[in-house]
Design a protein around this ligand. Structure first.
Ligand code: NAD
Ligand code: UD1
Length: 339
């Protein structure tokens, strides 16, 4: 049985991936400093799967502490989720973002070299396509110009990992470019639990639905899109988690250096999200139209063919599933894990 280290595995995507890896027969170790998560999320992963997870509470940047994880366990592959991800905050605190996101990557690579761990999967983002590339995005497009430090950290980390793989022919690197993950595990026991005011659309909608926020502001309805609001490639977090299992199967079997888009290939507008959430859950989402948000692109969506061709992975869940599962999580956990 192979053992997978999830750096930042207590977070939103990491916890869902832990469930799918455990259900597929992998052993999972989580290392997290809980800067944007909590031990309860891991407890619930164990509850859902009926299996136990070894956890290290540590800062991945701290390479001395990180080394204990590698010396105490035989790790077959690492998935690197540990990053700060709030776009607006990254503009205000760029040094903290560069320090955290780049240093976690370097510490992991150093420990992997020392302990001959040769497989790493990295949580990248559609944001690396920048402003220049036309939709739908394909993996061979050049990385573009980002509008914020968060995006640049992803561009830089992709470059660092590619350089490391070029220098060490035995090192296998898979870069997964996520589109817009939403939804929650169908049990309603784990889900997205943002601290403070949500930056992203779906958690904001869910908090309006549960009465924590008064109304949603839709950022702009004068874009050159079918209904004037921006369109994104929303992907159910459980589909995304299953994509990681396929990527782990692949990297352990084939190795190499690859990039995969993880998206559905179908964009939906902000208005379609609000309408679908209202319809499937029978709840009204109080909303108003406001000005555009700086840095937003009219459209972002994947060409998802490569992941299907090479990994045999494609999404299975619908937008209605995403809206239903988000609400199931939020209504059962109105204050997130603190409920
Ligand atoms: P999240 O904040 O829920 O999870 C990240 C986890 O990493 C958290 O548990 C946090 O405590 C941990 N962490 C951060 N810095 C750490 C450090 N120095 N040491 C130890 N642990 C640390 O975020 P998520 O939504 O699960 O995202 C996971 C990854 O996917 C991130 O790298 C993010 O940038 C990337 N990503 C997310 C999205 C999205 O929309 N959620 C989209 C594209 C890419
Ligand atoms: C944002 C980030 C992106 C990051 C991703 C996941 C920006 C410019 N981009 O993507 O780098 O990888 O989150 O963390 O921030 N919206 C509203 N009202 C709201 C919130 C959002 O109308 O209160 C709209 C936005 O204008 C956008 C859509 O909803 O059109 C989706 O927004 P969001 O969930 O923040 O994702 P992205 O902007 O695609």
């Amino acid at each position: 049985m192979s053992t997978i280290l999830l750096a930042g595995g207590a977070g939103y995507i990491g916890s869902h991936t832990a469930v799918e890896l455990l259900n597929s027969g992998y052993d999972v170790i989580i290392a997290d400093n809980y800067s944007n998560s909590c031990p309860e999320a891991v407890r619930r992963v164990e509850e859902i799967t009926g299996q136990s997870v070894k956890v290290y509470e540590l800062d991945i940047k701290d390479s001395v502490k990180l080394e204990t994880v590698f010396s105490e366990n035989k790790i077959d592959a690492v998935i690197h989720f540990a990053g700060l991800k709030a776009v607006g905050e990254s503009v205000d605190k760029p040094v903290i973002y560069y320090r955290n996101n780049i240093d976690t990557t370097l510490s992991l690579l150093e420990c992997m070299t020392r302990y001959s761990v040769k497989n790493i999967i990295f949580s990248s983002s559609a944001t690396v396509y920048g402003e220049e590339n036309p939709v739908p995005y394909t993996e061979e497009m050049k990385r573009g110009t980002c509008t914020n430090p968060y995006g640049w950290t992803k561009v830089m980390m992709e470059q660092i990992l590619e350089d490391a793989a070029k220098a060490d022919k035995e090192l296998s690197v898979v870069l997964l470019r996520y589109f817009n993950p939403i939804g929650a595990h169908e049990s309603g026991r784990i889900g997205e639990d943002p601290q403070g005011i949500p930056n992203n659309l779906m958690p904001y909608v869910a908090q309006v639905a549960v009465g924590r926020r008064e109304k949603l502001t839709i950022f702009g309805n004068d874009y050159d899109t079918p209904d004037g609001t921006c369109r994104r490639d929303y992907i159910h977090v459980v589909d995304l988690a299953k994509g990681h299992v396929k990527a782990i199967d692949y990297i352990l079997r084939n190795g190499g250096a690859e990039i995969f888009n993880l998206g559905t290939g179908t964009p939906y507008s902000v208005t379609e999200i609000v309408d679908t959430f209202e319809k499937v859950n029978g709840i009204r989402i109080n909303h108003v139209y406001g000005p555009r948000r700086a840095g937003d692109l009219p459209e972002s969506y994947a060409n998802a063919d490569k992941a299907f061709k090479i990994l045999g992975w494609k999404t299975e869940k619908t937008l209605a599933d995403m809206c239903r599962d988000t609400w199931n999580w939020q209504k059962n956990n109105p204050q997130g894990y603190k409920s």
